[in-house]
Design a protein around this ligand. Structure first.
Ligand SMILES: NC(=O)c1ccc[n+]([C@@H]2O[C@H](COP(=O)([O-])OP(=O)(O)OC[C@H]3O[C@@H](n4cnc5c(N)ncnc54)[C@H](O)[C@@H]3O)[C@@H](O)[C@H]2O)c1
Length: 278
């Protein structure tokens, strides 16, 4: 029989050092969850001034120790510099959250509004496709491989990769006509599917070193999208609403970043109000 461990102690991150990429919106929420559980947090933005601003806000709101670090997540040399910066200062990285991601849409087809089956397939510029793959998928690969040697040495670590329900299912294109928004681009779906299986692959290879790699797949979060879009989208969600910033992501981050998930590897935790469950 094992000794009893209090569940609150399992979630405690006191003394742990975390690196969270792309600290706006969901990245900020993830960093906030870690800070509230006691971690020291290094939060990255593309520019140092933005990173410093985000860090100052998070430190003021949580009372935690937070630093801002500049990082372009598609650049391996920049990863090495940013990770070294954190390790030089704190001696380790216990938690990495590969959150930053994005897409580029240089050409929006004029027919998009009338043709709901149009998912940018024929007009997609190859350079835009490559941009998305780099920002969403190559970035995760680079992040994992830059921190892995440090975590291996420590024989412990938690890595969370931000995927999406767009990596699990295609979009229901019927919600778009008249909604004020257009469907996402195919490279976004492909890159997020890549993140989910990359997480499994890296997860099994790093598990023997005590390093846990898992993914989170959020559904749509409410960001003042057009009313008609919100109505159409929420009809697809069993819970009947979109995700809430500052609330709905945080529990999943707390779980996968802490000892609470110490028997969970390669998992993709879906936070979508049930959208992909029917
Ligand atoms: N918002 C949603 O509803 C939703 C749903 C599913 C998944 N996601 C995923 O969650 C993550 C965060 O989403 P969000 O809504 O907070 O997005 P966001 O666009 O608000 O934030 C993304 C952050 O990543 C940064 N970033 C992008 N490319 C970068 C690069 N090359 N180098 C450095 N930084 C870069 C941006 O500057 C920004 O700070 C993303 O990976 C996104 O794909 C979001």
């Amino acid at each position: 029989m094992n000794e009893r461990v209090n569940v609150k102690a399992l979630f405690d991150l006191t003394g742990q050092v975390a690196l969270v990429t792309g600290g706006s919106n969901l990245g900020y929420d993830a960093a906030e969850a870690l800070a509230e559980l006691g971690a020291i947090v290094a939060v990255t933005r593309r520019r140092q001034a933005e990173a410093d601003e985000t860090a100052a806000r998070l430190a003021a709101e949580t009372g935690a120790e937070v630093i801002g670090v500049e990082l372009e997540v598609t650049d391996e040399a920049d990863w090495k510099r940013a990770v070294a910066e954190v390790v030089d200062r704190y001696g380790k990285i216990d938690i990495l959250i590969n959150n930053a991601g994005g897409r580029k849409v240089s050409v929006v087809p004029e027919t998009l509004e009338e043709d709901p089956s149009f998912e940018f397939l024929e007009t997609r510029l190859l350079e835009d496709w490559k941009y998305t793959m780099d920002a969403n998928l190559t970035s995760v690969f680079l992040g994992c491989r830059t921190v892995a040697p440090y975590m291996k040495r420590a024989r412990s670590g938690k890595i969370i990769n931000m995927a999406s329900i767009d990596g699990i299912v295609g979009r229901d294109l019927r919600i778009y006509p008249g909604s004020g928004l257009s469907p996402t681009v195919p490279d976004y779906l492909a890159s997020k599917a890549g993140v989910i299986n990359l997480t499994k692959g890296i997860g099994v290879s790093l598990a023997p070193f005590g390093i846990y790699v898992n993914a989170i797949s959020p559904g749509g979060f409410y960001r003042k999208q057009p009313e008609q879009f919100v109505e159409n989208y929420t009809r697809l969600v069993p819970l009947g609403r979109m995700g809430r910033d500052r609330i709905d992501l945080k529990g999943s981050v707390a779980y996968l970043a802490s000892a609470a998930s110490d028997y969970t590897v390669g998992h993709n935790l879906v936070i979508d109000g049930g959208l992909t469950s029917w």
